[in-house]
Unconditional design. Structure first.
Length: 133
């Protein structure tokens, strides 16, 4: 990567991002802080009035299962869910937006053996998440 001078000038340092860790109970965990920040921007950019929020357990847990805490996967999933919400045009972000988004988003790092994490039981998702630790 840094063998070319032009890349050295454009990118003066190299950062390795590790996957976010699931912590649903600590509001100041990296995962929760990232979700809160993204939630604020999604509602602002999309001019959304109401709906589910990313840091709520019903969304945060399946988001983690779908992405394994990997930012790129999380970004793709959120982008597709927001697209569904905006296309509907009612100013709301719904759980089903995330479920539909999962169906069209690559999920190479999803830790649920099969099925859609937004349609799975919370107990199963917690079990899968605990097995990952």
């Amino acid at each position: 990567f840094y063998e070319k001078d032009i890349l050295k000038r454009r990118f003066p340092f190299f950062a390795k991002l590790t996957p976010l860790q699931l912590n649903l109970t600590e509001p100041n965990s990296d995962f929760q802080l990232v979700l809160r920040g993204l939630d604020k921007k999604i509602y602002e950019i999309g001019k959304l009035n109401k709906g589910v929020h990313l840091h709520e357990t019903e969304i945060a847990l399946p988001l983690f299962i779908a992405s394994s805490g990997i930012m790129e996967d999380l970004r793709l999933h959120l982008s597709n869910a927001l697209s569904f919400a905006l296309y509907r045009g009612d100013g709301t972000l719904r759980r089903e937006d995330f479920s539909y988004a999962f169906e069209i988003t690559r999920h190479d790092h999803c830790i649920l053996p099969e099925g859609n994490p937004f349609e799975a039981a919370k107990s199963l998702l917690l079990e899968v998440a605990n097995d990952k630790k």
